[in-house]
Design a binder for this molecule. Structure first.
Ligand SMILES: Cc1cc2nc3c(=O)[nH]c(=O)nc-3n(C[C@H](O)[C@H](O)[C@H](O)COP(=O)(O)O)c2cc1C
Length: 364
């Protein structure tokens, strides 16, 4: 693997101070470097971004959802999605599928990889039509009576710890996260992550933290809370007041790559992440992409997407966005990105709750 240049000593120092404040957590048989984890996101949480987020304070990460059938048919693209870097020590692989036997076979194959993950996570939150019409993802929440067999079939096929990520329920009339958590516990799963919306809700409205909290209080196994955690204040509040053993952040860090670290700031801190730090993050991400992705087109697209997400809400963001997507090649794109961050006087106000809707879609 190509070597990854270090961060500047100034940035690395800020990272080390804040990372040093993390308290490791154990959720069942699985331990993480801290209680804030990176949520699974399709086409985003592959090795380069997972490595970047671990560098920037994520206590653990989860791959995007991967089809159990794709694994069992040995689809080339699917098998590439299972790739884990030797540096990744806290990663889970997320599988989706409707058939317990097919899921069990795929889980076994993942366990037998040369570099297996730390745990296997089942996707039971995806609301996307293509997935739910086949009975996978959040559709599994509609038949809780089948879940004990579903979980135990997968569980018995592997030695790796097994976990599940769910929605609060299929719809408002069938909120059943606690029932699912009890079945998961009974069948030996380690933890349940809950995205606080129903499947029907997709990404509309706000995550229902009342449901997450009440499940976390009553559930017999660790619960990870997830949904709309985008500013450090909210994350700290949830962390200190909740019965959730950990929290998962998805869209927040796409916009604020320092969100994990900023959640460990105290009122007396003078640590601030400025424009140069943001640029350094993109530089490192580019290096991780170049080390793990062979197609230049994919590298360019990923850099474009992340640069645009990162500047959302910063000065001149819409003009920057238009310029980025008009860029013909990577060198031109890179010049544009460097110039943008060099001209920026300060970083964004990370304490400000964004007032726009950011990325209302996804597979969980
Ligand atoms: C682009 C995108 C892709 C997603 N893909 C997945 C996925 O593959 N598996 C999954 O369980 N959840 C997926 N999700 C859901 C997130 O893990 C998370 O539950 C959701 O975004 C709410 O958390 P947030 O408000 O912190 O983003 C995705 C979300 C987004 C925005």
């Amino acid at each position: 693997m190509t070597s990854i240049p270090p961060f500047s000593p100034e940035l690395q120092n800020k990272i080390d101070v804040l990372k040093g404040r993390r308290v490791p957590v154990s959720l069942g048989r699985i331990s993480f470097a801290g209680p804030l984890l990176l949520a699974p996101m399709s086409a985003i949480t592959s090795t380069p971004y997972r490595l970047l987020m671990e560098d920037l304070g994520a206590g653990g990460t989860i791959s995007e959802l991967i089809s159990c059938h794709g694994i069992n048919y040995k689809g080339v693209k699917t098998l590439q999605m299972l790739s884990i870097s030797p540096q990744e020590k806290n990663v889970g692989i997320q599988l989706f599928g409707e058939d317990p036997e097919a899921m069990a076979l795929a889980a076994k194959r993942v366990e037998e990889l040369e570099r297996p993950p730390k745990f296997i996570d089942i996707n039971m939150g995806c609301p996307v039509r293509k997935v739910v019409t086949k009975g996978a993802g959040s559709a599994l929440l509609r038949t809780p009576e089948k879940l004990a067999t579903f979980f135990s079939t997968i569980r018995q096929a592997i030695k790796l710890p097994l976990t599940v990520k769910i929605r609060t329920g299929w719809d408002e009339e069938s909120i059943n996260a606690l029932e699912v958590a009890r079945i998961a516990h009974q069948e030996g799963l380690e933890f349940v992550s809950i995205h606080g919306r129903t499947s029907k809700q997709q990404y509309r409205g706000k995550a229902n933290w009342d449901v997450i909290e009440s499940v976390a209080k009553a559930a017999p196994l660790p619960i990870i809370g997830n949904g709309d955690l985008v500013v450090p204040e909210e994350i700290l509040k949830r962390l200190s007041r909740t019965d959730c053993k950990a929290l998962m952040l998805g869209r927040g860090p796409l916009r604020s790559p320092f969100l994990f670290l900023e959640s460990y700031l105290t009122l007396d801190d003078s640590i601030i992440f400025g424009p140069r730090d943001y640029l350094e993050v993109l530089v490192r991400y580019r290096h991780y992409l170049e080390a793990h992705v062979s197609l230049p087109r994919v590298i360019e697209t990923q850099i474009k997407k992340h640069a645009v997400w990162m500047v959302a809400g910063m000065p001149g963001a819409s003009q920057f966005r238009a310029q980025v997507f008009a860029c013909p090649d990577l060198p031109t794109l890179w010049t544009l990105i460097v110039e943008y961050f060099q001209e920026l006087k300060t970083g964004p106000d990370f304490r400000q709750v964004p007032d726009d809707d950011f990325m209302e879609g996804g597979h969980g």
